[in-house]
Design a protein around this ligand. Structure first.
Ligand code: AMP
Ligand code: ZN
Length: 432
């Protein structure tokens, strides 16, 4: 196996030992912030009580609300003059969650991202285009510094301006790009408009992530661009990208356990779920200096994939994110995740590159309406054919989500698009 850092090769036992030491250091570092001092005192835990990785369970959880309550500078464990960068999470309600980094923190972060990219075959000979919003969003600078650390010729293309993106990809013979999956699909429709075949480019690898997406979306992206597309998971609170990443086996994402201590808990009881079962991912930073975070409740639902990865790395793997616990739709007593809808739609050849789930009221009843873009060649004038397609989609959805949604067929490229993370669900019920 070709590797970038020796940490990639650590055995379970070695990882465990390293995590044990780093967890204790992290708890100690946390005591330098009044927020954690109080939280630890309230939980009755001292640094000396944490002598094994399992003892992480004695520590209190940290939530997004905790971070917000400490806005703007409440969680620092170093003086402001030691900090060199600030990022904030993309949340649209309430105070943003702010994360700050020391120079060492940025160094470690760039290393982690470089490691992810190297793992899937990116090398210093590659020309890399970062098709991602820069600014407070971590997918810009986070990935950027990782790519430069690896030695790629890095193009900070930013988000949007699709025609220019395509021109850059073509003119500079870009071989690797980072792109949000929903935007990759949208960009493919612009390729069509411009009469350029994405396969005629030099691209060989895409890094896709930052938003939930199904295996069906990955397959589409790989087919359209003629590349391998690797799933990249991260969140601002844990730096951003570089937390977990697929290896070449594409059988789950390795969490870099020398930098993060992962747990998966039942979101109701907060107890660990049995190995292999789905629950909420909880992460503790193990190397962060300026703003360490203990047991952060990500709200992201996933599971540990049991067994060893064929690539040989022993850092545990998590499955594709099923969704966020706060994205779950409860309709007519049934729990539905948007990804279940996506899986059905994206497996159908008639369906175009975008969809939208709307929650509506019909009389007093809640109902789901799914707007589905249909590929041009299927968007015919024959009403009967369209009706049949509509019914076929509704039936397939019913098989997956157990209720029959209203299905509305719309023209290709007609649904609202975002340059950043896609908004898949809109609640139109009002009064909620
Ligand atoms: P932000 O901190 O604003 O970048 O948002 C982080 C959130 O984006 C995570 O908590 C996840 O909900 C989502 N996310 C990031 N990467 C992925 C991915 N590869 N798959 C699914 N969801 C992701
Ligand atoms: Zn692997």
């Amino acid at each position: 196996m070709e590797y970038l850092h020796k940490e990639e090769l650590l055995t379970r036992q070695e990882l465990n030992r390293l995590q044990q030491v780093r967890l204790k250091n992290t708890v100690f570092q946390c005591t330098k912030s009044s927020f954690y001092r109080n939280k630890l005192a309230y939980a009755g835990v001292r640094v000396g009580d944490i002598n094994s990785v399992q003892e992480v369970q004695k520590l209190p959880f940290t939530t997004k609300e905790d971070l917000r309550s400490q806005y703007p500078y409440g969680l620092l464990t170093v003086p402001v003059d030691k900090l060199v960068r600030l990022h904030a999470s993309s949340g649209t309600t309430g105070a943003p969650t702010v994360i700050v980094h020391t120079r060492n923190d940025l160094n470690t972060w760039a290393d982690l991202v470089a490691r992810c990219m190297h793992m899937v075959g990116v090398r210093d000979t590659d020309v890399f285009q970062n098709i991602s919003g820069y600014g407070l969003f971590t997918g810009g600078l986070g990935i950027h510094y990782g790519a430069e650390r690896l030695g790629c010729l890095t193009i900070p293309a930013g988000a949007g301006n699709s025609k220019r993106q395509i021109k850059l990809l073509k003119d500079f013979k870009v071989t690797v790009a980072h792109i949000i999956p929903s935007y990759a699909l949208h960009l493919s429709t612009v390729f069509d408009e411009m009469g350029v075949d994405p396969k005629s480019l030099y691209l060989r690898i895409l890094l896709i992530g930052a938003e939930p997406h199904t295996e069906e979306i990955r397959q589409r992206i790989e087919d359209i661009y003629g590349v391998k597309a690797y799933n990249s998971y991260g969140l601002s609170e844990m730096n951003g990208p570089g937390v977990a990443f697929e290896c070449e086996c594409q059988e789950g994402m390795h969490i870099w356990e020398d930098a993060y201590l992962p747990e998966i808990v039942d979101p109701e009881t907060l107890e660990p779920v049995p190995e292999g079962e789905v629950g909420e991912l909880v992460l503790t930073t193990l190397t962060r200096e300026g703003m360490p975070i203990i047991r952060y409740r990500t709200k992201d639902l996933t599971r540990f994939i049991p067994g060893k990865c064929p690539c040989g790395r022993e850092h545990r793997r998590i499955d594709r994110i099923l969704g966020r616990s706060d994205d779950m739709i409860i309709l007519k007593g049934v729990n539905i995740y948007p990804m279940q809808v996506e899986k059905v739609l994206m497996s159908m050849p008639e369906v175009g590159q975008n969809y939208l789930i709307e929650l509506i009221k019909e009389g007093y009843l809640d109902q789901m309406r799914v707007k589905v873009e249909i590929r041009e060649e299927y968007f015919v004038e024959d009403m009967r054919a369209l009706k049949e397609l509509q019914q076929k989609i509704a039936h397939k959805l019913k098989d997956e989500i157990l209720i029959t949604p209203r299905v509305e067929l719309v023209e290709s490229n007609s649904l609202p698009k975002t340059e950043g993370k896609a908004k898949r669900v809109v609640d139109l019920r009002g009064g909620k």
